[in-house]
Write a protein that binds this ligand. Structure first.
Ligand SMILES: Cc1cc2nc3c(=O)[nH]c(=O)nc-3n(C[C@H](O)[C@H](O)[C@H](O)COP(=O)(O)OP(=O)(O)OC[C@H]3O[C@@H](n4cnc5c(N)ncnc54)[C@H](O)[C@@H]3O)c2cc1C
Ligand SMILES: *[C@@H]1O[C@H](CO)[C@@H](O)[C@H](O)[C@H]1NC(C)=O
Ligand SMILES: *[C@@H]1O[C@H](CO)[C@@H](O)[C@H](O)[C@H]1NC(C)=O
Ligand SMILES: *[C@@H]1O[C@H](CO)[C@@H](O)[C@H](O)[C@H]1NC(C)=O
Ligand SMILES: *[C@@H]1O[C@H](CO)[C@@H](O)[C@H](O)[C@H]1NC(C)=O
Ligand SMILES: *[C@@H]1O[C@H](CO)[C@@H](O)[C@H](O)[C@H]1NC(C)=O
Length: 505
């Protein structure tokens, strides 16, 4: 008796309360999505959450927490001699379709790819240049334009060089094939959302595009199978992986392929700094941005997460997104989470305004030093590459160096004959790739704690962060916000004949 009275009442009550949220377009009331990190990953999650939420959706709050005073994360510029240069992520590929779209919707300007003019490349083995292209004289404005674009774009023009072909022969085409094949597979991630699954794991996401196998073998093994000569692998390919990821060809095949994709034509960057993508996305996505606020703990309190910050604030978040690598952070998770151990490759980026010392390279004049000095894999080499960013005059240029260890003053003094300004940045740059890769989950706790940078040991680029972020946004919308409609439809089925009409109220 009691039961038969209570049950219909309960159902009606539930149906009524569901109906309320249904009229809000099936979103639970007052839910907050909190995003930790305002790099391209975090800002892209905010962007895609807004983009894929129905127009009529009720206000979902999005909070973005950033421990720095600026957004952008590993997209950042430095100023040397009054001019600004990319200090972290520099180049984008023409088929990076999300970032291409960001440029349009944010109304940003791009640095167009360089012209056909060649700049010189030298491959340094610690004692001599094992290979050098010719230095072609270019007029200074053009050089400046070309050199504004970072390293690998410089290499592009080398492919037209007869010298390169003479040294590496048809292996170059095999390399190009390998890269194009990988880029082609990656394009599947831009297919219409209606025909593209939402991925709960990185493994699944890579399998679907046919990219997973590339993470289970080294770049070296992949390239040998693709028929590249040892000479090409040990020289030019190594030069490129050392520039782009500070690593050798024993990195994973996928990371390596992405790195080599920098050798295609048409690389570009954002005028004034790539960080503006994050700034623009955050500006356009109606988020509360908390700068200088570092998240120290994330506690699952059942219905929501409580995020505590170094400012002593506590935030209630129904959904939490970690958009930064966790490997070197000590965010306290309650209950604790467990992810596979991953080491980050540190890249020390040193900017120097001055002049390279020809003697260090066994040369007679600084003008004989190639514009881009790449290096082979040799533990005794103190740097990965040195590139001219801008030639101010005969006696002064601005250079950018990458190294795995910090550049000591004494070492810099031997490499440079003049050094007027030096800026050193220590980046926890990207994962140290190996094969086979093991991936952390996108969903850290089987609830609503998400991890964008689980994708980073597939490859670390601005675009791959955006691609991972898009998937995370779709996961959130389907797993959290999609839930209510699932429950509602079950309710309406259960309550048929009794309280079904209430659903339409
Ligand atoms: C030297 C270098 C060169 C590179 N070159 C290229 C390139 O040419 N092309 C390319 O596409 N990619 C390049 N990359 C890789 C690229 O920078 C990254 O893949 C990409 O920027 C990662 O973006 P993200 O948003 O995932 O992470 P991040 O940019 O690292 O953003 C994470 C943010 O979270 C913040 N944060 C961390 N912990 C907390 C906390 N507890 N609370 C609040 N905030 C927190 C950080 O301050 C940071 O701003 C390069 C990277 C480096 C270092
Ligand atoms: C990946 O490797 C497995 C086992 O070696 C193979 O069966 C499969 O066809 C490969 N997939 C792709 C996309 O190459
Ligand atoms: C933010 O967006 C508005 C328009 O939506 C624009 O006028 C403004 O310049 C943007 N600000 C930044 C810093 O991008
Ligand atoms: C977070 O802050 C709240 C309020 O100050 C506090 O009660 C709680 O214990 C804190 N949680 C953690 C994990 O420190
Ligand atoms: C939906 O159903 C699940 C159980 O499957 C439950 O945990 C959740 O609280 C329900 N959500 C709502 C809004 O009723
Ligand atoms: C809704 O119904 C489907 C099948 O009809 C079931 O699989 C699912 O678990 C139900 N969900 C909830 C939240 O009850």
């Amino acid at each position: 008796m009691m039961m038969s009275l209570t049950l219909p009442f309960l159902l009606t009550f539930l149906a009524l309360s569901q109906a309320q949220s249904l009229s809000d377009d099936s979103l639970p009331p007052s839910s907050t999505v909190c995003i930790v990190g305002a790099g391209i990953g975090g800002s892209s999650v905010a962007h895609f959450l807004r983009k894929y939420s129905p127009e009529s959706a009720p206000a979902t709050d999005i909070r973005v927490f950033e421990r720095n005073g600026v957004v952008g994360g590993r997209m950042a510029t430095v100023t040397v001699a009054g001019e600004s240069f990319e200090a972290g992520a520099s180049i984008l590929h023409p088929k990076n379709l999300h970032t291409v779209d960001y440029v349009k919707i944010l109304n940003l300007k791009v640095n167009e790819p360089g012209g056909s003019d060649s700049l010189s490349l030298g491959i340094w083995d610690g004692n001599k240049f094992v290979f050098k292209t010719l230095t072609l004289s270019s007029n200074v404005p053009l050089i400046n334009k070309l050199l504004k674009l970072p390293f690998v774009d410089t290499i592009v023009s080398f492919f037209n060089s007869a010298r390169i072909f003479l040294r590496y022969g048809f292996s170059l085409f095999k390399m190009q094939n390998f890269v194009e094949n990988t880029v082609e597979r990656f394009l599947k991630y831009y297919e219409e959302p209606s025909s593209r699954p939402i991925f709960e794991t990185v493994d699944e996401m890579l399998q679907w595009a046919g990219l997973y196998n590339l993470t289970s073998r080294t770049l070296q093994d992949e390239l040998v199978d693709a028929g590249l000569s040892d000479l090409l692998i040990n020289e030019l390919v190594t030069v490129i992986t050392r520039i782009n990821y500070g690593q050798s060809v024993s990195m994973s095949g996928l990371g390596g392929a992405v790195s080599l994709a920098g050798s295609g034509a048409g690389l570009w960057s954002i005028q004034g700094g790539n960080w503006q993508m994050a700034a623009g996305l955050i500006n356009q996505s109606d988020v509360a941005l908390h700068l200088h606020e570092e998240i120290k703990s994330v506690a699952d309190l059942g219905d929501f997460y409580e995020l505590n910050s170094t400012k002593g604030n506590s935030y209630r978040c129904e959904v939490t997104v970690v958009a930064t690598p966790l490997d070197e952070l000590d965010i306290q998770f309650i209950p604790p989470i467990s992810i596979p151990e991953r080491k980050l490759q540190h890249t020390y980026t040193t900017f120097v305004r001055g002049l390279l010392n020809p003697e260090y390279f066994g040369l007679k004049a600084a003008t004989k030093i190639p514009d881009l000095v790449g290096t082979i894999e040799d533990p005794s080499l103190p740097f990965s590459c040195i590139a001219v960013l801008k030639k101010h005059n005969e006696k002064e240029s601005t250079y950018k160096l990458f190294s795995r260890q910090p550049m000591e003053d004494t070492l810099l003094d031997s490499i440079f004959s003049v050094r007027k300004e030096t800026i050193l940045i220590n980046w926890a740059a990207y994962p140290h790739y190996h094969a086979p890769e093991v991936f952390a989950p996108f969903i850290l706790d089987r609830r609503h704690l998400y991890y964008v940078n689980a994708f980073e040991n597939a490859a670390s680029t601005m675009e791959t962060s955006a691609v991972a972020a898009e998937n995370i946004a779709r996961l959130i919308l389907s797993r959290y916000f999609g839930k209510v409609s699932v429950n509602s439809s079950n309710l309406s089925a259960t309550s048929q004949g009794e309280g079904s009409t209430h659903l339409d109220l």
